[in-house]
Design a protein around this ligand. Structure first.
Ligand code: SF4
Length: 235
């Protein structure tokens, strides 16, 4: 199992390049709407482009709501941003919005949301408002089995910024996509679930996604055991 820091210069470069291109494209559309048919690209100066993500959840959410940095923006109904307490000790990171989330614009709704609420209440004695819940991807992936890594790479800095702002003590990842992306490790969930992994500023605990539990009820016990371990670390 590798232990690699999640924020690599390559990921940041990839995102910044996409962000810059998207902002240039937006400016070109604005000029087109003003009646320009030709223009000189050199009129755009890097200094004019704000390439930094805001260090404020409200502003970050606003920026994500208008995000068109990857192709998922074409098929989504809503951008489903993270939600919950800004003082949360526990952050939960899933993979991507469900159909129900995409329709409602809210995170972890429908059956998965009900399961999550019950797990929080029954095992951790927490309400949803006590934790912060988010996903790797903020828009619904069409191929829900293996969303393209270009989408996840592009969206990842939003999650990194959420972590930087919330400063959780523990991050619980749901499912292999969230775990592998946050840890850069492809160990199977069977082997890695429930193991507390120390990171610079938080402890990472991977477990199964509630959607996987619905399809495989036999892992329910494992998932609940993982949460009990997490409970000991929260105190
Ligand atoms: S998935 Fe992320 S990067 Fe892609 S459009 Fe949505 S918010 Fe932007």
């Amino acid at each position: 199992m590798k232990h690699i820091k999640s924020l690599t210069p390559n990921r940041l470069y990839y995102f910044m390049k996409n962000l810059k291109n998207a902002l240039l494209l937006k400016q070109l559309y604005q000029l087109k709407n003003l009646g320009y048919r030709y223009t000189d690209i050199t009129i755009f100066k890097d200094d004019n482009l704000n390439l930094k993500l805001p260090h404020n959840i409200k502003e970050l959410k606003k920026q994500a709501k208008e995000c068109h940095l990857c192709e998922l923006s074409k098929s989504r109904h809503s951008v489903v941003f993270g939600d919950g307490s800004l003082d949360a000790k526990l952050m939960i990171v899933g993979d991507f919005p469900s159909n129900s989330d995409d329709s409602s614009g809210k995170i972890f709704t429908g059956r998965y949301g009900d399961i999550l609420d019950k797990m929080l209440q029954n095992v951790l004695n927490l309400r949803r408002e006590d934790v912060y819940i988010t996903n790797i991807l903020k828009c619904r992936a069409l191929d829900t089995k293996t969303p393209s890594t270009s989408y996840t790479h592009t969206c990842f800095p939003y999650l990194l910024k959420e972590i930087e702002i919330i400063k959780p003590k523990i991050i619980l990842t749901f499912g292999e996509l969230a775990y592998s992306f946050l840890s850069n490790d492809n160990t199977s969930m069977e082997k890695i679930h429930g193991i507390a992994l120390k990171r610079d500023s938080y402890t990472l605990i991977p477990t199964y996604h509630p959607s996987y539990m619905l399809r495989n009820p036999s892992i329910k016990k494992d998932l609940f055991e993982d949460l009990k371990k997490l409970k000991n670390l929260l105190v």
